[in-house]
Design a protein around this ligand. Structure first.
Ligand SMILES: [Zn+2]
Length: 339
């Protein structure tokens, strides 16, 4: 009798834990429902606002950039996604002084990073960062540089990924680790916002598991024209596991062609050093940088929302979501295995 009860209990526990595992797997309902909530129409709607002329190219510290910040913050408020409770608002001020000291002769007004946060259910102290810069280069000689791809695409991608995590949370499958949605400022002038965050982190960097950074995911370059691809940069630089996790996430979902051409710190384009993830990598945090390449409208006033491939933008945002999902929900946090 006793043995039988024991076996029954064991069986029941095993069944429960395998259900839990299924719920968080890529085959599970929770993942699929959140994943498919990332839609090209939603990305398009938000990007037409973020990259509109009245945002004046979102130069760091400008009124246009503040309007973009208001739009992003209202989006989170409407979804009931809060800011870290360690802060009094979504804004982390990046002081003018901090940027002025780092710049080569330029002077700035105060600006701010935007932080939205979903607390983990099991390991809330461990943080996955999903980042993108929301500043761009502003208006020159009366011409607005809309920065739809750079980095309006990453901005709306992060917003949509947050919505997907939030949807899963509302359906009872919130992330086990916490996820920080970090919209940084001052990227175009020298990665200032991410530098400021990594110098003044809201959560200890020792507990920051990884940064998935998105900077330009809505277009294609001449080399990959018409293909479903994305450049992934830096994903095995500090942790082999991160590259494997991203590849598995991709294989189990949209099966984009992962292009590692720039995944070499010696590449002449030096892309590993050129966006916000680098400020995390510098401090020993594993990163993956998602990027579409240097195309003909890069840093031109013609980087407009009507030129974005919204279907591809959605597929790439879904890949970042799927990778973040595994990082947040897997049993063991990924380990740093390289210096
Ligand atoms: Zn950029």
């Amino acid at each position: 009798m006793k043995l039988k009860t024991g076996l029954l209990t064991f069986g029941f526990v095993a069944m429960l834990s395998s259900c839990a595992a299924v719920n968080y797997s890529y085959e599970g309902k929770a993942f699929k429902s959140a994943f498919s909530s990332i839609k090209s129409e939603d990305l398009k709607k938000n990007l037409y606002v973020i990259a509109a002329d009245n945002m004046e190219g979102r130069d760091t510290g400008s009124p246009g950039q503040k309007r973009a910040a208001d739009y992003i913050i209202n989006y989170y408020k409407n979804l009931n996604i809060g800011h870290p409770t360690e802060m009094t608002s979504y804004l982390q001020t990046v002081p003018a002084d901090y940027m002025n000291k780092k710049s080569r002769g330029e002077t700035f007004n105060d600006s701010a990073n935007i932080l939205a946060f979903i607390k983990g259910s099991e390991k809330p102290e461990e943080i996955i960062v999903v980042s993108a810069h929301y500043d761009h280069v502003g208006t020159k000689n009366g011409v607005v540089y809309n920065g739809a791809d750079d980095d309006g695409s990453g901005t709306v991608g992060v917003m949509e990924i947050a919505e997907a995590f939030n949807k899963a949370a509302k359906e009872g499958h919130g992330p086990k680790r916490s996820v920080l949605f970090l919209h940084v400022t001052g990227e175009e002038h020298g990665l200032f916002g991410s530098a400021y965050y990594s110098d003044n982190p809201i959560f200890p960097l020792a507990n920051t598991v990884a940064d998935l950074n998105i900077d330009m995911i809505g277009r294609d370059d001449a080399e990959n024209r018409g293909q479903d691809y994305v450049y992934v940069i830096g994903s095995e630089m500090l942790s082999k596991e991160l590259k494997t996790i991203n590849e598995t996430a991709n294989a189990q979902t949209n099966q984009l062609k992962l292009n590692y051409k720039y995944d070499d710190p010696k590449d002449p384009q030096r892309l590993y050093y050129r966006s916000d993830h680098y400020n995390f990598a510098k401090k020993g945090i594993p990163v993956a940088f998602f990027f579409d390449g240097i195309h003909e409208d890069y840093h031109k006033p013609t980087d407009d929302p009507e030129k974005i491939n919204y279907v591809l933008l959605a597929k790439r945002a879904q890949l970042v979501f799927a990778t973040a999902w595994e990082l947040a929900n897997r049993k063991e946090r990924i380990v740093v295995d390289k210096k």
